[in-house]
Design a protein around this ligand. Sequence first.
Ligand code: CA
Length: 430
Amino acid sequence: MSKNDPTIAADLRSWVETANAADSHFPIQNLPYGVFRPAAGAQPRVGVAIGDQILDLSYLERSGLLRTPAPLFAAASLNPFMARGPETWRSVRAQISSLLAAGTPTLRDDAAARAQALVPQSSATLLLPVEIPGYTDFYSSKEHATNVGALFRDPKNALLPNWLEIPIGYNGRASSVVVSGTPVHRPNGQIKLPGQERPVFSPCLKLDFELETGFFIGVPNGMAEPVACSDAESRIFGMVLLNDWSARDIQAWEYVPLGPFNAKGFATTISPWVVTMDALEPFRTRQPAQDPEPLPYLRHDGSHAFDIHLEVALRPQGRERAVTIARTNFKTMYWTMAQQLAHHTVSGCNTRVGDLMGSGTISGTDAGSYGSLLELTGNGKQPLDLGGTTRAFIEDGDEVTLTGWCQGDGYRVGFGECSGTILPALPTQG
Ligand code: CA
């Protein structure tokens, strides 16, 4: 999609007035897709966030206001729509943009249709937007990998030799990806305490978040059909915020030699609105320089990073207010999404519609920009001051909220929130 795409023009305005506020995450330039129930007991359906409302695409489709090649939106996931590919994505986006534009009377001047087409976000329940066949998590922030290497290994050789050559990743757990707002139990597992010969079975004592983004595969590749780096972005349907909850003590004991397992597999939270690559196009920017130059299959010309401001807030148990504990930007990531997908498939590995790829923890260069408590507190050694209380790691009842947006000229293309509250661990049997 080019910068001439009329759906991303900075001066576009909607007749949905709340969409025109300068700090709204959901202006007419965004149009992110999600799945929702308008009321308890109602069937799930696909919608688009606009201001403080949701546009019900199943209604538009049913009433003939939206032309699609087949019924796509009276569905419990975005997968049928995603599977149709970029031509349908763009046709639907263009039609929705036109229907919501300030100058289009179709819905604007039809109170009866408008009452059916728009649902206040405050009265809807947002569901997991995508049926996720596979979840892969990368490790692509150089700052994060350096910080973790310094904490767990050797500060002088914090980056392992393969890190600058490979977008490091592992195959994660898709079954436990949940939508924002879903409470998460503190995991139990094996923990090796200092000075002890054998591990104990215990609730996690070092529970952490990881600030990440994720992207969804819209155009899959088959086995033995590697995706070229130059072709990779065209296969991405869109992006979400992603919290890769991490049990640091379980991780430290189990991760050698095959990497994290129970430390990461218990839950991953994503934001409910999938922001499309078309909406992100104006925020494309240059990725960091790569040295050494990657192997040929990981090379791409031009700009492949995206300028997405990101924040993490923690609301301690029993407190009214959350405290912002980290601010950073997605554009600092060393490896791009295109390189991640090219590397993932270069062996001949296939992908499926709805596969989720996590960026890896996004950390900047200074202490206020770290995307995990592990880094923010030096593995718990320097607890954060949250105004009257401190945190080394996450405690029961704490709520962690990620948010993020792209700053346009007078508008924001936002991701909304990715939030989760930690519940106590289930009773342990020892
Ligand atoms: Ca991670």
